[in-house]
Design a protein around this ligand. Structure first.
Ligand SMILES: Cc1ncc(COP(=O)(O)O)c(C=O)c1O
Length: 476
């Protein structure tokens, strides 16, 4: 183990990690994962940890699921990989058909890649090229509209439409033009007229329910100024805008910011009125996470492009898909010499192992009534989260399905955050680790994102672990 630690420190550079802190982490809280089973990860000493962030939001059915393992092993015996450029294969073909059968209406083509950033990169390039080769003359459409606080990945196209200063500001000189509208986060919205109710969880009324009394904090007294900003942008800049990109219902990486019910459908309507395509980035929220298979379903939204990744393979292998309408697809058809081809593709596009596992994962949704079970689990999670809200250092708690964020604040009444230097979120997650609970914060927001197959008992263990870890770090 010590040798592995030394090698890690000598050879590696971890993602989204300050390596100086990582050196201390490895020395003080070494965690080298040796294996995984069900909802638990096991370290070299055999200690087990509840995977409460679904291995970065992608695991759906638990680790080493017998059906997924079997699908992978079966495909392995046939072929691990071959290119999708100029060739095709059964797992890729069948998965495309199965995805289209369950995705929002109007989507008819699947373009594969291998992670969430590339799914969006494909979406942005695709819609730009679509406009550029349209017959009717129009302004060059080189600009996009996105939302403040949005996160769409780490490649430069995705960063161009990213609205998180900490991650994206540094790269500004390298990025294309994007107009940012207000983030639909009522908790910190400047247009809010009524104060935030400190006693309730901000909960998206998923599955078509209306908000339960005391549940939602979307009663702001506002005039939907967030949508007004989009409307203004579309009116003023629409002729140059290639598309609007949004994380439906939840802005995940910004701290699990939950949009008010009605925002997504309002945004979609505005896009239709101005004939600007809507790109729905369901990389984080897709595959049951918010209580529907796709978050767009909550508000009957039919995007022009849908980006999928993370949960698509049940959390097993890198795979992504960008789904488009037939109209967009047809815009690329022509003779080779017209150069309308979409010149984009990756070596591991549509990797057959990943496609085979993804098919098996999708089959489980139908067979095990996963969406129905998720809705029931989400209700229980909502109640458990409600038991945390009175804590003096917990500010807003936000939830949509099995996706939640618990915000830790220095001063609850004034909504004042801790100084970044105190690294409160990080310290709470490290404290949770010693209790067998694996969490990862977004700054001072503790993310709760368990596999969809989590049990009520494990949810209880998670909430208790969060409460105790906060108490240990903040000594309350
Ligand atoms: C909404 C959203 N889009 C895109 C991405 C990027 O996905 P990946 O990390 O697979 O590139 C993420 C990752 O968290 C995400 O939450």
């Amino acid at each position: 183990m010590n040798r592995l630690k030394q090698l890690d420190l000598a050879c590696l550079w971890h993602p989204f990690t300050q390596q100086t802190e990582w050196g201390q982490d490895l020395a003080q809280h070494p965690l080298i994962i040796a294996r995984a089973k069900g909802h638990y990860l096991y370290d070299h000493a055999g200690r087990k940890y509840l995977d409460a962030v679904s291995s970065l939001w992608c695991n759906l059915h638990g680790h080493r699921h017998p059906k997924l393992d079997k699908a992978l092993a079966q495909q392995m015996r046939k072929m691990a990989h071959t290119t999708f450029l100029g060739l095709t294969h059964e797992p890729g073909i069948r998965l495309a058909q199965e995805l289209l059968a369950v995705s929002p209406q109007g989507l008819s083509r699947v373009f594969y890649s291998d992670n969430g950033s590339t799914a969006n990169e494909v979406a942005l390039k695709m819609i730009y090229q679509f406009h550029a080769q349209k017959k009717e003359r129009s302004f060059p459409k080189t600009e996009f509209i996105a939302l403040k606080n949005s996160y769409h990945g780490d490649t430069l196209g995705s960063v161009s439409v990213g609205g998180i200063e900490l991650f994206h500001k540094k790269f500004k000189p390298l990025l294309f033009k994007t107009h940012f509208a207000a983030s639909p986060h009522c908790g910190t919205c400047p247009y809010r007229k009524k104060p935030l109710d400190p006693k309730s969880v901000t909960r998206y009324a998923y599955c078509g329910e209306s908000p339960r009394p005391g549940d939602a904090r979307h009663d702001t007294g506002c005039q939907w100024e967030c949508l007004g900003e989009i409307k203004n942008l579309l009116q003023k800049k629409g002729s140059r805008v290639a598309g609007v990109i949004v994380e439906p219902i939840v802005q995940g990486a910004a701290g699990i910011l939950v949009a008010p019910p009605g925002y997504l459908s309002g945004l979609s309507k505005l896009c239709s009125q101005h004939h600007v395509p809507l790109i729905a980035d369901e990389v984080a929220v897709g595959f049951g996470r918010t209580g529907k298979l796709f978050a767009c379903e909550h508000e009957n939204v039919r995007p022009d492009i849908l980006s999928l990744a993370k949960g698509i393979s049940g959390g097993y292998l890198p795979l992504a898909a960008t789904l488009s309408t037939e109209k967009i697809y047809r815009g690329f058809l022509g003779k080779a010499k017209e150069f309308k081809t979409f010149f984009h593709g990756h070596t591991y596009t549509a990797n057959p192992l990943a496609c085979a596992v993804a098919r098996s994962s999708l089959a489980l949704f139908a067979k095990n009534a996963i969406i129905k079970k998720t809705a029931a689990l989400a209700d229980n999670l909502g109640e458990m989260l409600g038991s945390l809200i009175s804590h003096p250092h917990i500010g807003e708690i936000r939830q949509a399905g099995l996706m939640a964020g618990v915000e830790i604040v220095a001063d609850k009444d004034q909504g004042r955050s801790f100084d970044y230097k105190q690294r409160i979120g990080r310290r709470i997650c490290l404290a949770a680790r010693s209790q067998g609970l694996l969490l990862r914060p977004l700054n001072d927001v503790i993310v709760v994102m368990p596999p969809l197959s989590i049990t009520n008992g494990e949810l209880k263990f998670m909430i208790k672990g969060i409460r105790q870890s906060i108490q240990r770090v903040l000594k309350i």
